[in-house]
Design a protein around this ligand. Structure first.
Ligand code: GDP
Length: 294
């Protein structure tokens, strides 16, 4: 994950660490290289510029030039800025209500169904009775996929294969959950390959009808700037609560992880690290910054 970005940052710091006597030109050069590394990692130009301008300002203000270990001080400044760029603190999901309802949205292929299974397993481990709901009325295979995952993690899956109305299915599922002592309902919705008006209308209607305490937007981290743009579009229509960044185990550059919070103003709450049901982690901005800086 983020190998390219990490090695470019390491390279940027090397120039500074190798100097006998540091000059302000060295610092400015290092910060410029950091900016370039961020842009290469698919961080939006404006975001990369803002963050590196503020890194440079702080480096000058904190007198990196006369520090005992200037390279280390600058690394610490960059670490702090990357952490706050990604949201600062870890943010938990909200499970309020009886049952608590979690709505999962995102494009087809983003990893929604896989994540729904992972989240169900994660919540089940907290000894809560979970119900998964298959709300994809277009692809029967999606219902089967969720059933397979539900079986794997030992969570019941609610579906109505003959029903073509997502809102009714979601409402019925919640009634079923109430009647069967389920404490958390996770609703997996239909995605399309690209943003599409009908999909947006449908998922907004589902949200309106079931009033989830948490709406999560799932996005494939491999899609870089597109991930950020898709997140913006979904957020305008859904006003979601958090982002799930999937496929971080792949050859992803890092742009989405670094810029979603500042561009969409919604925190990343989970990351997917693989196809297996236990490949799910809570998102800690500070730990992520640490990993990026190596
Ligand atoms: P959906 O269409 O949004 O429901 O997407 P799926 O859950 O079907 O996932 C699409 C593909 O991505 C599947 O082959 C999943 O196994 C895979 N996938 C999902 N999450 C991850 C992840 O975190 N890492 C990897 N490597 N693959 C994932």
């Amino acid at each position: 994950m983020f190998e390219n970005l990490s090695s470019k940052l390491e390279q940027a710091f090397k120039t500074l660490k190798g100097q006998g006597r540091i000059t302000d030109i060295n610092v400015a050069q290092t910060v410029k290289e950091i900016r370039k590394a961020l842009i290469d990692a698919d961080v939006n130009y404006k975001v990369a510029k803002t963050v590196t301008d503020s890194i440079l300002k702080e480096a000058i203000g904190r007198e990196v030039l006369i520090a005992v270990k200037p390279g280390e001080l600058l690394t610490k400044i960059v670490y702090d800025h990357l952490t706050s760029l990604m949201g600062g603190e870890k943010t938990d999901i909200s499970l309020k209500g009886d049952p608590a309802v979690v709505l999962i949205a995102g494009l087809q292929g983003s990893g929604k169904t896989t994540f729904s299974g992972k989240l169900a397993s994660h919540i089940k481990k907290q000894n809560k009775n979970v119900l998964l709901v298959a709300c994809d009325i277009y692809r029967p295979a999606a219902i089967d996929q969720l059933k397979v995952l539900g079986e794997q993690v030992g969570v019941e899956v609610y579906s109505e294969p003959e029903n073509k109305d997502a809102v009714t299915i979601a409402k019925n599922a919640i009634a079923y959950a109430k009647a069967n002592n389920k404490k958390v309902v996770i609703v997996d919705t239909a995605g399309r390959l690209a943003v599409d008006e009908q999909m947006m209308k449908e998922i907004a209607a589902v949200k309106q009808a079931i009033q989830p305490s948490e709406t999560l937007f799932v996005v494939d981290s491999m899609t870089g700037q597109d991930a950020v743009n898709t997140a913006k579009t979904f957020n305008e229509r859904l006003d979601f609560d958090g982002v799930v960044l999937t496929k971080l185990d792949g050859d992803t550059r890092g742009g989405a992880a670094l810029s979603i919070k500042s561009e969409v103003n919604k925190p990343i709450k989970f990351v997917g690290n693989g196809e297996k049901m236990d490949a799910l982690d809570a998102f800690y901005p500070d730990r992520m910054a640490q990993r990026i800086l190596g």
